[in-house]
Design a protein around this ligand. Structure first.
Ligand code: CA
Ligand code: CA
Length: 275
């Protein structure tokens, strides 16, 4: 059977031309970050140009746009990250100040030209979530990579994810895949954590919740780190099967309730990428 590839080639050429045009534009603007292009946009452009330069820019019908879930640049300092939801009685509901108090909160911070969200807990567990379909349509077959920046400011003293009674994580990025069960819904999820005490790469199992240590205090804290995880590969590794194509939601997390201590962590640039 003959296949007409001309349309595909034309569109692929258009992508490459657009990338080169974007590069030309970017070169004129690198000295003026404050003019509007965020660090995130540079990073997306950079990834794209690398793919182009090594000849790995996929054909047009295989190429998937990266999804920028949130870079928090659209919020004012001290405001709530209202693109995200609170959870109430197992349901995601609009985020309001009533969900927070002095001991547990997520608020927007600005520092050195960067806008991000800070999670704080004192003897509590605090989280916000963003449902798949709420402003983004995420399919692992198209965007299997999850990436984010985080910075641990204070990690729960003595927290360790492999002990039930000390199970606190100063920062977590939690991907929920399914909720199964008739009376009691059991989540199938991967939770990437910034651990107070376990080394990077550690995997801890709580039934269908798999905890993967993505960063560790053993390697330092107090500086921004970028984490990039192949969610499909991680899922296969910890569950021994292919993941469902459409995860349910992403949750940002911080807790210090078991150790009765404190946690403070910052999140930024949450992205879903193609391979
Ligand atoms: Ca930001
Ligand atoms: Ca806990």
């Amino acid at each position: 059977m003959l296949i007409d590839r001309s349309a595909e080639v034309n569109i692929a050429t258009k992508y490459q031309t657009t990338a080169l045009f974007a590069a030309a534009n970017a070169s004129c603007c690198f000295s003026s970050v404050e003019d509007g292009l965020s660090h995130m946009k540079y990073r997306l452009l950079f990834l794209w140009l690398i793919a182009l330069s090594i000849g790995k820019l996929p054909s047009a019908n295989a190429w998937q746009a990266p999804i920028l879930l949130d870079d928090f640049e659209s919020y004012g300092e001290g405001t709530l990250p209202v693109k995200w939801n609170a959870q109430l009685n197992s349901k995601l509901v609009p985020l309001t100040k009533e969900f927070f108090d002095d001991n547990e909160w997520f608020y927007i911070e600005k520092e050195g030209g960067r806008t991000f969200v800070r999670a704080f807990s004192r003897g509590e567990s605090v989280h916000i979530a963003k449902e798949n379909g709420d402003g983004y349509d995420w399919r692992l077959s198209q965007n299997p990579i999850i990436s984010w920046d985080w910075r641990a400011n204070v990690l729960p003293d003595g927290g360790r994810e492999d002990k039930d009674h000390l199970n606190d994580s100063g920062a977590g990025v939690y991907v929920m895949f399914s909720l199964e069960g008739l009376l009691i819904k059991r989540p199938q999820a991967i939770k990437y954590v910034y651990s107070s005490s376990l080394p990077e790469g550690t995997v801890v199992t709580y039934g269908k919740l798999k905890v993967i240590v993505a960063s560790s205090k053993l390697d330092g804290m107090g500086i921004w780190k970028t984490v990039t995880r192949d969610l499909v590969a991680d899922y296969k590794k910890v569950f021994g099967e292919d993941p469902p194509d459409k995860p349910l939601f992403i949750r940002l997390w911080s807790d210090s309730n078991n150790t009765k201590s404190q946690s403070s962590a910052d999140f930024d640039n949450i992205m879903l990428l193609a391979r």
